[in-house]
Structures are given as C-alpha cells and as structure tokens.
Design a protein around this ligand. Sequence first.
Ligand SMILES: C[S@@+](CC[C@H](N)C(=O)[O-])C[C@H]1O[C@@H](n2cnc3c(N)ncnc32)[C@H](O)[C@@H]1O
Length: 259
Amino acid sequence: MTFADAPPRLTRLTFHGPLSEARAARMVARVAGALRAAERPTVLDLGCGWGELTLRLLAAVPTATAVGVDLNEEDLERGRALARARGLADRVEFASESATDTARGPADVVLCLSSGHALCPADAAPPYTAGALRALRRLVRPGGRVVLGEGFWQRTPTAAELAAMWPDARTDEHLYLGDLTDAAVAAGFRPEWVETASDEEWEEFEAAYLADVEVWLAANPSHPRAARARERADRHRAIWLRGYRRVLGTAYLTLVPVD
Ligand SMILES: C[S@@+](CC[C@H](N)C(=O)[O-])C[C@H]1O[C@@H](n2cnc3c(N)ncnc32)[C@H](O)[C@@H]1O
C-alpha cells in the first residue's frame, strides 16, 4: 500500500468551475478585442484561484498584463507555476489578498468567475449579486468588459433538494437568470453575451472535482487522512447528486459598462 503524504487536491480540474475548453476559447476571443483596443491593457481576476482564463488571455494578447487576487495560497502558487511554464510570469502577479473592497484596478477586462461572494463583506446578506455587480462596475475601465460567472436557480429547489444542499442553503441565495441579467443592467452594464453552463460542463466539473481524491481513497483506504477525506468526498457527492444537480446553474455574463 502506498502512503502518500496527503490526498491530491483538484488536480483533474482545468478551471475551478463548470467551464468547457470550447466556451473558454469563445470567451477569450470575445473579450480579447477590448484588451487589444487599450493602450496598456490590463486584466484583473477577482477570486482568481489559479487564474487559468487570465493566463489564456495573456497568451492571446501579448501586450496585456494581469493581476489575480485570491486567499488560497496553494491555488495562487499553482497559478504562478503555470505562468512560469508558459513564459507568462513577467506579465502576471498572483497576489495573496482579499478581493473584498480591493484597491486594485480599474482594468480593461475584469474576471469574476464563481467568486462573486469574494467581493462582498462576510456579513453581507445573500444574494451577493447586486453588491458584486456594483464593485465590478467600479473596477472596469470605459470600453472594457466584465466576465461574471455566477450561480442562478434553473428552477425553485424543492424542500428536499434544499435540505440536501450545503448547510443553511436558502432559496434567496441565488436569482433566476432573468433577474440576474436585470441586476447587471441595473448596476450600469449592457449584457453583450448571456450563456449558461451545460449539464455536460457541470458533470465534467463535479466529476473532476472529486476524481483524484476518489482514486487516492481507493488506493489508500487505511491512510491516517482517509477517514476525513472519505467523509468530505461522500458529503460533497451527496450535496451535488441529491441537492443542486440540474437546479443550480452557472451563468456567464459578458458585460459592457455603460458610459
Ligand atoms: C470556485 S473558486 C473560482 C476560482 C476561479 N475564479 C476559477 O474560476 O477558476 C472561488 C475562489 O474564490 C476565492 N475567494 C473566496 N473568498 C475570497 C476573498 N475574500 N478574496 C479573494 N478570493 C476569495 C477562493 O479562494 C476560490 O479560489
């Protein structure tokens, strides 16, 4: 039996959200124009994790620079290593700091992918969307673009589904897609593109989220860390399969700030 030091974490994910290669490529192509039009193009990635989409934007626009901010040092270090491997390290800073009330920006492209909560104070009441959108409007330059990846209810969850979700899940935690898009308009944007993650993107994401831990657990059932890893994986899988699968969606809004 192999006793590895720790279960692997998120090694099977390319993006930390339900986002396919094809959709990511379309997003990069869509917002790259706003970067190319800027004199000194900048990207700001809020709650960046390892910043995969930001790195792809930098690869597409060689004059651009970027800052990603996050609180997870392990993910930031993964971003720095990816940047070094792709020859992008001199154009990106992965900063270990909170995105809440950030002093960074404004930028020509602002990304906030599955991290709208990072823009709101810890004591803010859900839904966080309006507060996040206000912050994003302040952080984007005229003529720029915001890409917001945000949860929305595909339909109202049943009581049983809500009970099976994360602790204290509430129906007022998310908006419906129309209301989410209206909230973006109310915050001072026009929606250039409204798209939603498919079932296939969700299933790819959720499977990849747990796959490396599941394979490790099968090989290391008696490891001192196995009980906790097994409990966490089983809990996450139940929350997904019995709770939010096909109920919670992810919308990707490409937003243009109104002058
Ligand atoms: C679901 S992940 C998305 C990561 C990345 N945007 C992506 O799409 O790959 C959410 C991220 O938000 C970060 N986060 C949470 N609160 C934050 C805060 N106050 N400031 C900065 N990042 C935060 C987490 O550490 C995590 O990396």
